[in-house]
Design a protein around this ligand. Structure first.
Ligand code: ACO
Length: 431
């Protein structure tokens, strides 16, 4: 797969090394810098992984300049229009679109694993009612390692497959339990005659004293959001899952680390922060003042839902969500949505402002997702949890890919040390 060769010359010694560029199936070549440490005793320095490929992967491809996102080669636009979240999960994990019988079997497997061990349900009582649901969900997922540890051999492909089914199946149940705990309402058990998203909505919104009918429009809108959030190659949370998983840790523990990484406002927490920001701005006439604050170097305020490490043109997921936002709001009978109108105006003004244009800052997936979530009745604090449910499919696919790679190595970055050089301990009396 090698196509290009580079020669690195150490000027002071004249010593040279030949470095191979590895060719991907599509996208930029990647320089294999392994000989640098061996031949020259130097490491590369790349804070934030701005220019470093940490692994080889066959799952997701992004072209940030062209706004392209492919899951296993399929454009996200086509999957959003024609597929379902469970089919996309199958695609991400197994690498191919399922035949009808394979999809049926996958659905059955997921459905069979939706229930939680009753003692796991009691974990929630340890949380105060207003504990953030991401704290609850990451803790409960981590504690699943305690239920499935001895029986889970990460080197056994069948065990890995059962893990994949279990975690995708249980994430809605775990998330809904956190929501019900916040509300002080009784937990609603999963209902296996409902599909994935309808069951999720039912567990969120049903109460024992009333009949609850899932709105198919809401279930479809949710399914679309889950597809769009299902994977995004080596983002911060997926890289966290890979790094944790590379130690051979229990995969539920690795997933919990991914959930924790996703929570931050620079990553999955942005959807929650966007709504907070829109509510704070309040009305369109306050936009210029808000943007002046964002552009002020002495302020830390950011335009949440804008900017992306990889997309420097547009985020295709944001485009789909913005287009469907109108439709979803209309179908749900919520045409007049002041926050959506405000978001549209804010986007328009920012996209015509030199600050954002020169830095190639565009709306990302989370600029509009919170507006749909809130139209579905999902509270702001649950937005990042919804993201976690979706991204679980990607995390599982990446974890599986990594663990089943015979060349897998523990993830262990190097550093540029700038601390003190060796010095002698000084006895406390002498300090
Ligand atoms: N608002 C204002 N300025 C911004 C924003 C923003 N949202 N994003 C980037 N910038 C500015 C930076 O201040 C920097 O300006 P400078 O060159 O004058 O110093 C420049 O644009 C480049 O930004 P970086 O921070 O270097 O870009 P990076 O790739 O490291 O960060 C990130 C990407 C974290 C997504 C950033 O754009 C951001 O914080 N956005 C807001 C949070 C957000 O929406 N996160 C969700 C990302 S998508 C996801 O994870 C699902």
């Amino acid at each position: 797969m090698t196509t290009r060769k580079f020669t690195l010359t150490e000027v002071s010694t004249g010593k040279t090394s030949s470095l191979d560029a590895l060719s991907p199936s599509v996208g930029s070549d990647v320089l294999n810098i392994a000989p640098l440490a061996k031949d020259h005793g130097v490491y590369t320095f790349d804070p934030g992984f701005m220019a470093t490929a940490a692994c080889e992967s066959k799952i997701t491809y992004i072209d940030g300049d062209q706004g392209v996102l492919l899951y296993r080669g399929y454009p996200v636009e086509q999957l959003a229009a024609k597929s379902s979240f469970l089919e996309v999960s199958y695609l991400l994990i197994y690498g191919e679109l399922p035949a009808p019988a394979q999809l049926d079997e996958f659905r059955r497997n997921i459905t069979r694993h939706t229930m939680l061990n009753e003692s796991l349900l009691r974990f929630y009582n340890g949380f105060h009612y207003d504990a953030h649901p991401m704290a609850q969900v990451s803790a409960v997922v981590a504690s699943m390692a305690g239920f499935y540890h001895e029986s889970l051999d990460i080197h056994n492909p069948r065990h890995r497959e059962i893990f994949a089914h279990r975690i995708i199946a249980k994430m809605p149940t775990i998330s809904a339990a956190a929501y019900k705990h916040m509300l002080g309402q009784p937990f609603v058990y999963p209902q296996n005659d409902l599909d994935y998203c309808a069951n999720l909505l039912n567990m969120f919104f049903a109460v024992p004293c009333e009949h609850y009918q899932v709105d198919p429009v809401a279930a479809k809108a949710l399914d679309l959001l889950l597809i769009l959030h299902a994977d995004h190659e080596q983002n911060a949370s997926t890289s966290t899952v890979r790094l944790a998983g590379s130690t051979g840790t229990n995969p539920y523990a690795a997933m919990a680390s991914g959930i924790a990484a996703l929570w931050g406002p620079s990553h999955g927490g942005a959807n929650e922060a966007v709504l907070q920001m829109l509510e704070e701005i309040g009305t369109a006439d306050a936009i210029p003042k808000f943007l002046a604050k964002v552009k002020d170097k002495n302020e830390t305020t950011k335009l949440m839902g804008f900017g992306h490490r990889v997309y420097k043109n547009f985020d295709p997921r944001a485009k789909i969500i913005r287009e469907t936002c109108h439709q979803v709001l209309a179908n749900l009978g919520r045409v007049d949505n002041p926050l959506f109108e405000l978001a549209l105006k804010l986007e328009h003004i920012a996209l015509n402002d030199e600050y954002f244009v020169s830095r190639k800052l565009y709306p990302n997936v989370d600029f509009y997702s919170g507006i749909i979530y809130s139209a579905l009745g999902i509270p702001r604090s649950m937005f990042t949890v919804m993201f976690a449910i979706a991204r679980t499919a990607g995390w599982v696919a990446h974890w599986q890919e990594m663990i089943s790679d015979p060349a897998m190595k523990i993830g262990r970055p190097r550093q540029l040390y700038t601390g003190p050089t060796a010095r002698d301990y000084v006895d406390i009396e002498a300090r």
